[in-house]
Structures are given as C-alpha cells and as structure tokens.
Write a protein that binds this ligand. Structure first.
Ligand code: HEC
Length: 296
C-alpha cells in the first residue's frame, strides 16, 4: 500500500521540478513582452497556475488515499467515539455511508390512527433538511440583494435596461425608414460637384435638368411633399416614394452619394429655373440638420 503513495510522491516532485524550471525561463523579460504582459502580471499568472496544479494534485492524492484505505477508514468510522462527531460525519461521507444522506429510518409506528392512516416518526432525511436550510439562507440573500440594497434589478428595471441596450444596437446599424438621420448638408465644391453629376445622370429625367420639375416635383422651390430639411430629403431619396413613382435609391447610390445629391438639391433652393413646375406640398424653409458627415 505504501508503494503507490511513494510513486505518487515521486511523480509530484518531478512535475513540480519541471514546472519551476519552466517558470525560471518564462520570467525573462523577452518572454513576458512577447505575451503582452509585464513581468509582475506574468509571475501572478504563473503562480496562480502552479497553485491550481498543486490543488489538483492534492485532490488526486487525497482521493487515492481514500480509495486505498477505505477498509481502515471504515473501521475508524465505526468506532463509537468517532461516529457521532462532526469530523466523524465527514469521514462517513468519504467512505460513503448512505444513511448520512438518506437518514436513518426507525420505522416505528406511532400509536394514533387517522381513519386507518398510520404514521411513522422518522427524522427528516438530511439531504432534504439541509436543502431547506439552504433555501432559508438563499431567501435572506435574495431579499437583501434585490429589495434592501437594491443592487439587483427587478423585472421591470431589467426589462427596461435590456430594451435600452437593444435600441442602441438597432440604431448602430440604422437602416430603418421610420428613423431620421442627423446629417448636415454638405457644402464643399467637391461634394456639390459630385451631387450635380449624380443628379444629371439619375434624377434629371424626372425632375428636370435644373430640378425645375417634370414627372417629379420642382426641387428648387420652398414647397415640399415629404419635408425640405436635409435629413427628410435624404430619407425620401434613400427609401423613395415608390407608390408615387419616386425611386428608392438605397442600394443604387451609397449613403455618401445620397447626401451629396440631397445637398446639391438643397443648394438649388430659390434658383427659379425656367419652366418651373407649380409648387406641390407644404411651404417650408430649408433648415440645417445635426451632426457632420463623418459617419457616412
Ligand atoms: C422615375 C422618376 C424619378 C426619378 C428617376 C427620381 N425621382 Fe424623385 N420624385 C419622383 C416623383 C414622381 C416624386 C413625387 C413623389 C410624390 O408625389 O410623393 C419625387 C419626389 C422626390 C423628392 C421629394 C420632393 C418633395 O416635395 O418632398 C425628392 C427630394 C426627390 N424626388 C429627389 C430625387 C433625386 C435626388 C433623384 C435622383 C437620385 C430622384 N428624385 C430621381 C420621380 C423621380
């Protein structure tokens, strides 16, 4: 019986020796730098790893000892001076005494009788009893955490937090026709130049070469069917009014191109081109939008 314990000891020593020599090498600054850590951090993790290995080994050795010495431990447990004590109970769990979990049944009938139903007077099984104690402790922790310290969120608060997080995620990839962007009109000559080219190729057939209006409305007046603020125009161009013949340019023009052509259309405000189509929609002065275009 001693032989396995000794060989286990020797294996343990060998493993520790190997690990320690590994640590000595790993502590060189180069290795630490390569792993993106400073030396102290590295030492901490190595020591933590060693501790883990040590605990596992101890567990393994402990289990081996219990398995090897089961009969002796059993005899020790059966001694009347050990049996009733707390440490005796731990020993009983180690050698696997089922009555410690299930309880002991005396199965003695009590002498009363309810309509033919007899009653035993057995103890509660320990697994049940300790489970019950656990629920009591849990209840105190739970009530303390959620209702007294209010550290934990109750259902409604948790729901609202999750909805807020979800809303953030949705607007991050915004491609939602019901939401307005927050762009400002572009003003540089380069952007307006690209806008003009895009307009001439894609929009002039319906809105006229000078945006005076043909099938589509005049875009140079102050009257707008779907809003004259740059973000409203952006939205109209992106998603279109397909039921009325205005194309949805999403997928055909990039976000940047849509903003360029929207800004170009706005730059034509008040140019009064020849053959202008009569006003359609509500009178509305063009307003500036919100954030600059960097996000496009
Ligand atoms: C196939 C024809 C057609 C093409 C091409 C077209 N549009 Fe339109 N557009 C329309 C029609 C028709 C309307 C009016 C929709 C309505 O009555 O609601 C419209 C409306 C609009 C409006 C809204 C005007 C308002 O009063 O609110 C804007 C802005 C606009 N178009 C810009 C453009 C731009 C920019 C392009 C090119 C990228 C373009 N359109 C290409 C037909 C077209």
């Amino acid at each position: 019986m001693l032989a396995p314990a000794k060989s286990a000891q020797r294996a343990l020593l060998a493993a520790a020796g190997l690990l320690l020599s590994g640590v000595a090498r790993a502590q060189t600054p180069d290795a630490a730098k390569a792993a993106g850590m400073n030396e102290q951090e590295l030492l901490f993790w190595v020591l933590l790893g060693l501790l883990g290995v040590l605990m596992l080994t101890l567990l393994f050795v402990g289990i081996t000892i219990v398995v090897q010495m089961k009969t002796q431990l059993r005899q020790l447990y059966d001694l009347p001076t050990v049996h009733g004590t707390w440490s005796g109970k731990v020993l009983g769990l180690l050698v696997g005494d089922p009555t410690l979990v299930r309880g002991e049944y005396k199965d003695e009938l009590l002498d009363h009788n309810y309509d033919g139903i007899h009653e035993f007077d057995n103890d509660l099984p320990p697994w049940w009893k300790y489970g019950f104690y656990f629920t009591i402790v849990f209840a105190f922790v739970y009530v303390g955490y959620y209702h007294f310290t209010t550290k934990g969120q109750l259902q409604v608060a948790e729901y609202e937090t999750e909805m807020r997080q979800a809303a953030l995620l949705v607007s991050a990839g915004a491609d939602d026709p019901t939401k307005l962007t927050t762009y400002q009109p572009l003003t540089t000559a380069a952007d307006l130049g690209s806008g003009k080219t895009i307009f001439a190729t894609n929009c002039a057939p319906c809105h006229g070469a000078n945006a005076e209006g043909k099938v589509g409305p005049n875009l140079t007046d102050e009257f707008w069917l779907h809003g004259g603020e740059v973000n409203h125009i952006y939205k109209t161009i992106k998603f279109g009014i397909t039921s009325k013949g205005m194309v949805a340019w999403k997928g055909k023009l990039s976000g940047k191109q849509i903003l360029q052509v929207a800004s170009y259309a706005l730059s034509l405000q008040g140019t009064k081109p020849a053959n202008a189509k009569p006003p359609q929609g509500e009178k509305e002065a063009a307003k500036a939008g919100g954030k600059p275009v960097a996000g496009l």
